[in-house]
Every structure is written in C-alpha cells, then in structure tokens.
Ligand binder design. Structure first.
Ligand SMILES: [Zn+2]
Length: 140
C-alpha cells in the first residue's frame, strides 16, 4: 500500500488557516503522528483528492508549521490508529463505494479486503467521532 499524507505547504492555500502555538496531541497529517506541546501547528481547511464532484469534501485538519519528520509512506502510521476509525473506499470516479468502522489491530485486514475489490481505487482513514480526514491509501 501507499500512504498519502498532507504537505504542510498546503496550509498556504487556505487563507483562513489558524496558527496554534501549542496544540499537543493534535493528529498532524504531515508526519502522521500526534503533535508535541512545543510544536506550532496550522489548523486549516483541506479537501482530500480522492472524493470528486459531489463527493469532494472540505474539513479541518492540523499540519505542522515546520514539520520535523518524514513519515514512512509504505506502512500504516500506528500512532494515529490506536482508536476505532472510519475506513472509506472510493472508486475511480471519486464516488464513495463504502464505509466501515475499523477497530485498532484490524486495519491491515480491512485494507486488504477493500483492495481485493478491483472497483476500489483509493481509501480514506477518518476520525470516528468527528469524521475528519486523517490520510489516504492507494495500492502500492
Ligand atoms: Zn509534521
């Protein structure tokens, strides 16, 4: 699989972004972990690229102002998967195919089952409580 994170430079495309000098524990979508107390972050609007047309959505995400880490994009970011999440699948036209709640420890199996369906082109991992986008997944 291939993980798709969000570049911190995306923050500059949202004029309404908010600077947070300290927002510890925020799930940052650049390096795909929780922020630390001394790491300033942007809170910004973001639209994941795999939803198209009426399935295009905009929602709030956090990214580092100065991202200190390079995430591994060939394996799941375990620090963001220690709670149940929504796994949403999209077809090549950018329409939602399905959505399911996935428990910690079950992500690899759920992702493999989704990609066994050839009509599914990409996946999104989202927060269960707020629905916020965490990261995207495609086949490697
Ligand atoms: Zn980061």
């Amino acid at each position: 699989m291939r993980i798709h994170n969000v570049s911190p430079a995306e923050a500059f495309s949202d004029a309404g972004r908010e600077y947070r000098a300290s927002e510890p524990g925020a799930p940052v979508r650049c390096c795909l972990r929780k922020s630390l107390p001394d790491e300033p972050v942007w809170l910004m609007r973001y639209s994941p690229s795999n939803g198209k047309g009426p399935y295009s959505e905009v929602g709030p995400i956090f990214v580092h102002v100065d991202c200190p880490d390079e995430p591994s994009l060939d394996r799941l970011p375990v620090e963001l998967l220690n709670n149940p999440r929504i796994l949403r699948s999209y077809n090549a036209a950018g329409q939602i195919h399905d959505g399911e709640v996935v428990e910690p420890g079950s992500f690899d199996r759920a992702i493999e089952e989704s990609f066994n369906n050839p009509t599914i082109e990409s996946l999104q991992v989202r927060s269960l409580s707020h629905g916020c986008f965490y990261f995207g997944i495609t086949r490697a």
